[in-house]
Design a protein around this ligand. Structure first.
Ligand SMILES: Nc1ncnc2c1ncn2[C@@H]1O[C@H](COP(=O)(O)OP(=O)(O)O)[C@@H](O)[C@H]1O
Ligand SMILES: [Mg+2]
Length: 286
């Protein structure tokens, strides 16, 4: 195996995906001939207009959707379905069971994924400590704030001890301050764990703050238009958010996205979900 191959956690080659191929009226080309390598230990953000295929690509990477054409490799294994030993998912709606405590939710998550029974309690403890929730193990989801519930969802994913985390707008439903703090925590986690993370966001600020690289999508059918590198070590500090370089890179992303958002709006005939950074380019990051 070459050096390049061993450094690659996920390799996406010429992936296209269409939904509803059999039905002409409902046929949607979501992804078009997309190729991308995710490097081991990096946090790669996917950003692009709403509906451009970010979630589709993430789900293809994790084996939840079989692409219409093209291939995905995780390490040296071709992806043909979910790979619970290699990949854990975190979604915006984290679906913790409301009738179970945080600890019980984690044990359940591990049992679904086949983690040996003897290891579950230790792993739950370690993962809750990693996200600073160990004192809340006995609480029910309804007793926690939205930010804490998302932390619990992160802990549940961490307890699976996969090398790869695929996160689809995980902080999308949270307020701006909470997502900034969770972003800082995720950066600390990344610096300690060396996990490989692919993170979908519609926030330009969140992308620059978290990512080692940001892949910018074109309008649908989505493909990667450009990749920018954010050269700042983890753990990232809040001071990075107020630096000139941060603002310059966020503006660069905005410039790359602007035309794609217009194209995407023209396709749908009505405005898509607004980019919060569009109206407050000089404001605080989110
Ligand atoms: N299960 C599905 N069936 C039909 N169309 C879908 C399905 N999932 C997504 N799409 C369509 O594919 C396109 C890309 O969707 P998605 O990957 O969810 O976009 P994003 O995450 O970038 O907002 C959109 O036009 C969406 O409506
Ligand atoms: Mg999506």
């Amino acid at each position: 195996m070459t050096q390049a191959a061993t450094n690659t956690a996920i390799s996406v080659r010429n992936v296209s995906h269409s939904f509803g191929e059999a039905d002409e009226a409902r046929h949607v080309k979501a992804l078009l001939d997309t190729s991308l390598d995710v490097t081991r230990g990096e946090l790669l953000c996917l950003i692009g207009p709403s509906g451009c295929g970010k979630s589709t690509l993430l789900n293809v990477m994790g084996g939840l959707i079989a692409p219409t054409t093209g291939t995905v490799m995780v390490g040296d294994k071709p992806v043909h379905g979910p790979m619970p030993n290699d990949i854990a998912f975190i979604f915006q709606e984290n679906a913790l069971f409301p009738w179970s405590t945080i600890h019980e939710n984690m044990i359940l998550g591990m049992s679904f994924q086949g983690v040996p029974k003897a290891e579950r309690a230790d792993r739950a403890q370690r993962a809750l400590e990693a996200v600073g929730l160990d004192e809340f193990a006995g609480h029910y989801p309804s007793q926690l704030s939205g930010g804490m519930r998302q932390r619990a969802a992160l802990a549940r994913a961490l307890s699976l001890e996969t090398n790869i985390l695929l996160m689809d707008e995980p902080f999308g439903a949270l307020d701006e301050q909470t997502r900034m703090v969770l972003g800082e925590d995720l950066s600390v986690l990344l610096s300690r764990s060396k996990k490989t993370i692919v993170f979908v966001t519609h926030s330009l600020g969140e992308a620059v703050f978290l990512a080692d690289r940001v892949a910018v999508f074109s309008a649908r059918p989505g493909t990667i238009k450009e990749i920018i590198t954010v050269d700042e070590p983890h753990p990232r500090k809040s001071a990075f958010m107020t630096s000139a370089r941060f603002h310059q890179q966020r503006d660069q992303l905005y410039d790359l996205l602007h035309d794609e958002i217009r194209k995407s709006m023209a396709q749908s005939g009505k405005p898509k979900r607004a980019y919060e950074d569009q109206s407050s380019r000089a404001g605080p990051a989110a």
